[in-house]
Design a protein around this ligand. Structure first.
Ligand SMILES: [Zn+2]
Length: 80
């Protein structure tokens, strides 16, 4: 379903959560949270506060840090 927000749509909360974590791995200005859109009845990411409490969990912070490191590595390898 189209949405006037033009944002990426996520069908499930798990998908939105995964996208939120990935935005922290990839971007300097990552999203803080996700919300259920009243227009398309799907989830979107948002940079609005508050930050999702899941992002403060140690295992999530560790995962973001590790995946950022491995991303750095693959970028370095590609440059050779
Ligand atoms: Zn929407």
């Amino acid at each position: 379903m189209d949405c006037s927000s033009k944002k990426n749509q996520y069908y499930t909360e798990e998908e939105a959560m995964e996208a939120l974590v990935r935005s922290h791995i990839r971007y300097n200005n990552p999203a803080n949270n996700y919300y259920l859109c009243s227009e398309c009845i799907q989830f979107h990411l948002t940079s609005r506060e508050p930050m999702h409490p899941m992002l403060k969990r140690t295992e999530i912070i560790e995962r973001i840090r590790k995946e950022q490191q491995s991303q750095d590595w693959s970028q370095r390898l590609r440059r050779k």
